[in-house]
Design a protein. Structure first.
Length: 344
């Protein structure tokens, strides 16, 4: 049984300089509510890159000796966790002293909430991510990117940033953890989406803050994983009637994405996403059966928190902004068609 109220922090290191994780561990130890257990999952080839962090007290290093991907590495760390709450935090993040206490307080104050995400800030103090947006087409982006940091109590969100989030361990285990095979990107969207399908709440906690040196452009490989994992979630999570109702919009967005990929030189990455879905088709079918059998709510509550418009500086365009009124009407019509409760 996990220790009541305790926090296990899970950090994943791969190619980062060891001093990056040393700084992160220091920020966790300086918390007003420090984690009782810190697990560093070492994905370096020899499993020795972060060995010096193991101190025989609260910090241990789990050497994998291979890069299995961020979600899978988190899952392996979570299996060694001994406490009620799991804190997943990116290695290049640095938590403000009250971050963990604010996240624990958010979940403790709302019994049906199982995921709480921090407000992630750029080095200059502006917003990087936190209360993230989930579009009806499955696109997701950082909410309020570049705006001043906000104040306020915890509030429901469609998605919170995986850069720093706290999860109730029992819920994480009930959901099967992060989805194996995602490797990187979109794992936070998938986890929040599945949690809400089970009738649980996801909270954004502005008072829990972390600094994160974010860079949007990381190479074409990023688009492969983003697009592959977006379609995985669409096909696994939506009911068949919702997918049918959204099909014209999804087709139009695919054309737009192909045009952008051709213009920006990542058509190969987009095609690679399709190929990966085909290779993993049996696992995808199994996940769809699992999600549709266990879900406790229909798609209407999910769609109600999804956005019909695009306000990301990385994704928006004049054509997208002109289409937003029509998309709002479309989303409203699909929402009315969707079930509020799970299908009988």
């Amino acid at each position: 049984m996990p220790a009541a109220g305790g926090v296990t922090a899970i950090l994943v290191g791969t190619r980062e300089p060891p001093e990056v994780l040393v700084r992160l561990v220091g920020s966790l130890r300086a918390q007003t509510l420090p984690p009782t257990q810190i697990i560093v999952v070492d994905q370096s080839p020899d499993g020795r890159r972060f060995a010096a962090l193991a101190d025989g007290a609260e910090t241990e290093v789990l050497a994998l000796c291979q890069n299995v991907g961020y979600p899978s590495a988190c899952n392996r760390g979570a299996r060694r966790a001994a406490h009620e709450f799991l804190l997943f935090i990116n290695p290049d993040a640095e938590a403000d002293p009250a971050c963990v206490e604010e996240l624990v307080g958010a979940l403790s104050g709302q019994p049906d909430a199982v995921v709480a995400g921090a407000q992630v800030l750029l080095p200059d103090g502006r917003v990087n991510a936190g209360d993230n947006v989930l579009h009806v087409t499955g696109l997701s982006w950082a909410g309020r990117y570049g705006l001043p940091a906000e104040q306020g109590p915890p509030r429901p969100a469609a998605v919170v940033s995986g850069a720093t989030l706290l999860v109730r361990r029992r819920a994480f285990e009930a959901l099967g953890g992060y989805t194996e095979g995602f490797f990187m990107y979109y794992d936070d969207v998938d986890l929040a989406w599945r949690a809400r399908l089970e009738g649980w709440e996801v909270l954004f906690c502005p008072a829990a803050r972390v600094a994160h040196d974010y860079e949007f452009t990381k190479g074409n490989y990023k688009w492969r994983y983003l697009e592959r994992n977006r379609w995985w979630c669409l096909l696994a999570h939506f009911e068949a009637r919702t997918l049918l109702a959204l099909a014209p919009l999804l087709a139009a967005v695919e054309v737009a994405i192909w045009l952008r990929a051709a213009r920006e030189g990542w058509l190969g990455a987009k095609l690679g996403g399709y190929m990966s879905l085909w290779v993993d088709r049996r696992a995808l079918r199994a996940r769809r059966r699992e999600v549709q059998a266990s879900r406790r709510v229909g798609d209407r509550p999910i769609l109600e928190r999804m956005s019909p418009g695009v306000d990301s500086p990385f994704l928006s365009s004049p054509a997208v902004r002109r289409a937003e009124p029509a998309l709002r009407v479309y989303r409203s019509a699909v929402r009315r068609l969707a079930r509020r409760d799970r299908a009988p």
